[in-house]
Ligand binder design. Structure first.
Ligand SMILES: *[C@@H]1O[C@H](CO)[C@@H](O)[C@H](O)[C@H]1NC(C)=O
Ligand SMILES: *[C@@H]1O[C@H](CO)[C@@H](O)[C@H](O)[C@H]1NC(C)=O
Ligand SMILES: *[C@@H]1O[C@H](CO)[C@@H](O)[C@H](O)[C@H]1NC(C)=O
Length: 593
């Protein structure tokens, strides 16, 4: 009985022989490798500790990098993150190894880490490890003490370590904890630049709510990964996008609801690239004014249509005269023809105008056949004219607008640009090009710039992002007249990836990258963009920007569109009626005489 008690006591205290420790270590490495292959082992221990704790395991299958707290290597530049970091600690002072490790693992802090404690740790010591691990944003960490008691680090929602009883019997030693943030609070700040994020008006409830293309991405992301999004509207309304990016990089904001172009990302931010879209930088110029009605008719009909119609008239009239004369000769009763009748042939007229012509029973005569031909010609001509007329009335043609950089520079128009994009353009473009073609630049913040665009302020040209179904295109699709035009000739750069901004080594990086990639390939990113633009249009329609002549769908021709035609018809009818009355009166008078 005493012996059993002693054995239990020994087990509890956990005296474990070094062979058992080595066996455990060996099993551990194999299990981790089986889970996800290890490319390299990074062994890190204090310089003062001379003994190699892997001694006895050699030969080891994997290459080993040995570092101590004095050496700094940014491993990300030379290795992938499939390595296993082994940290050896003997005393409480050894926690400084964690900050050394953090420096080595810059940008790859989600690599797998195992801390081997050659001692029995106090609660206090474990707390310090947890504090350090959470501060350095380690995600995959296991602490094993010399009694083989194994603890796993859980970073979310509050960082803690928990003992795992049978590490090798669990499904995974390093589970992907970043798939569930367990309701961790994340501070999100929107930049309030539509359509990325804005206050939309919900007609159902009559309340304002958050909306926007990037806001939608982050909202779905936080729901999917069990993150509590603490939305903080910027205190000062005109917090710029740059300030938000700067704050995010300094770690004051977890999830900034904004984006940056991948080629011009903040140098101190995360290297992960959560893709939010593809875009081009282009310049939108004011469209030419709408053509006045006369110009439109002239543009479409030009001189060709009247000349064609007159030509037909002359031709048909001549044929009729020749045939009439010939037929009179044959029948031998010549009729005298008035000169006026030769020029103004009402029958040819009415045929060309597609009006009903008295046919009589002359269908089989030459003249009857000619009338048929004339009627068909008239039908075709009137169809052409009708088609052209409806084009003029439905389409609103505009004068030509600026099509390339040369014209832009010649027109001397001011280009309104936001600061971030201005810096981007300056970085990307040849200074000579800038000096030559874009001398007049006015820098405003993005919110102001969007407001000017919505106000249809056509005194300026604007630098905009252009992508598939961007708000610029969609907004103008719903307006009756086009205010701004874009041409490929005014694209500055195209094919740029637009990505989210995150703090360096952000704990959300892996999850967000994973999520946006899936959302992007499923087309959700575009869907959300469209949804938010619909929202934007309905909000814009009912609030401050009332100038936008919004029409949902296309306009068809209505009877009112033919106003002028109806009036002419009415005047003609009235005139004919008057003539008729005069004729009747004259007839009556003549009869009396
Ligand atoms: C989300 O986090 C909460 C803790 O805040 C947790 O209780 C819940 O189980 C999590 N949800 C899922 C689906 O994992
Ligand atoms: C913010 O807007 C206010 C007025 O709306 C203006 O006085 C202030 O200068 C602006 N701040 C910045 C940083 O643009
Ligand atoms: C990036 O960080 C370094 C050092 O922390 C700092 O000197 C530099 O100004 C930062 N760069 C920017 C653009 O903020």
């Amino acid at each position: 009985m005493r012996q059993i008690k002693l054995l239990v006591w020994l087990l509890v205290v956990g005296v474990v022989s070094s062979t058992e420790q080595l066996q455990f270590l060996k099993n551990f490495l194999e299990a981790v490798h089986k889970e996800r292959s290890i490319s390299t082992i990074l062994l890190i221990q204090r310089k003062v500790h001379k003994n190699d704790f892997l001694h006895g395991l050699y030969p080891i299958f994997w290459p080993i990098i040995c570092l101590d707290e004095t050496k700094r290597v940014e491993l990300v530049n030379n290795f992938n993150k499939d390595f296993l970091a082994l940290v050896y600690m003997e005393s409480e002072a050894d926690t400084l190894l964690l900050s050394a490790l953090a420096a080595d693992l810059n940008h790859i802090r989600d690599a797998r880490i195992m801390i081997w404690l050659q001692m029995s740790p106090s609660e206090n010591f474990l707390d310090r490890i947890v504090f350090q691990a959470s501060k350095q944003k380690f995600l995959n960490l296991v602490v094993i003490e010399n009694t083989l008691k194994t603890r796993r680090f859980y970073p979310f929602p509050q960082p803690k370590v928990q003992v795992i009883d049978k590490p090798f019997e669990e499904k995974e030693i390093y589970p992907a904890l970043w798939r569930n943030f367990m309701g961790k609070n994340a501070i999100a700040v929107p930049d309030l630049v539509p359509p990325r994020s804005f206050n939309s008006f919900d007609p159902k409830t009559g309340h304002r709510r958050e909306s926007g293309s990037i806001y939608n991405v982050f909202k779905a992301f936080t729901q999917r990964y069990n993150i509590t999004m603490l939305l903080k509207w910027p205190l000062i309304r005109n917090t710029t996008q740059e300030e938000i990016i700067g704050k995010s990089v300094r770690g004051e904001i977890d999830l900034p609801i904004t984006g940056q172009l991948i080629s011009f990302r903040h140098p101190n931010g995360s290297r992960s690239q959560p893709l939010l879209g593809m875009t081009a930088l282009s310049i939108a110029v004011p469209c030419g004014p709408e053509l006045p009605m006369f110009d439109r008719f002239f543009l479409f009909y030009g001189l060709a249509t009247p000349i064609t119609i007159t030509g037909y008239y002359v031709l048909l009239n001549t044929i009729e005269i020749i045939l009439g004369t010939l037929s009179d000769r044959i029948k031998r009763h010549p009729r005298r023809k008035k000169i006026l009748n030769l020029v103004l042939n009402l029958r040819v007229f009415s045929c060309i105008l597609s009006l009903p012509t008295p046919q009589g029973n002359r269908l089989r005569s030459v003249k009857g056949q000619l009338t048929m031909v004339m009627s068909i010609t008239g039908l075709i001509l009137s169809c052409i004219v009708a088609a052209q007329t409806s084009t003029i009335l439905t389409m609103k043609p505009q004068y030509r607008h600026i099509k390339n950089f040369q014209e832009l520079s010649d027109s001397n128009i001011t280009v309104v640009c936001n600061h971030l994009n201005y810096l981007t353009i300056k970085q990307q473009m040849d200074p000579k090009f800038m000096a030559k073609f874009m001398q007049n630049i006015w820098i405003v913040n993005s919110i102001e710039q969007m407001k000017m665009i919505f106000d249809l302020n056509t005194s300026y040209a604007y630098q905009t992002f252009s992508y598939k179904k961007d708000p610029f295109t969609l907004l103008q699709m719903h307006t009756t007249r086009k205010a701004f035009c874009r041409t490929p000739g005014l694209d500055l750069v195209s094919g740029l990836a637009y990505t989210a901004v995150l703090e360096k080594n952000s704990i959300y990086a892996l999850a967000l990258q994973d999520y946006t990639l899936k959302a992007f390939s499923a087309g959700l990113v575009y869907y959300w963009a469209e949804e938010s633009i619909r929202d934007l249009i309905s909000t814009v329609g009912r609030t401050q920007f009332e100038k936008l002549p919004i029409v949902i769908g296309y306009q068809s021709l209505k009877l009112q569109d033919y106003n002028v035609c109806w009036k002419i018809l009415l005047i003609g009818g009235a005139l004919a009626f008057c003539v008729f009355i005069v004729e009747v009166v004259v007839g009556l008078i003549n009869r009396r005489i």
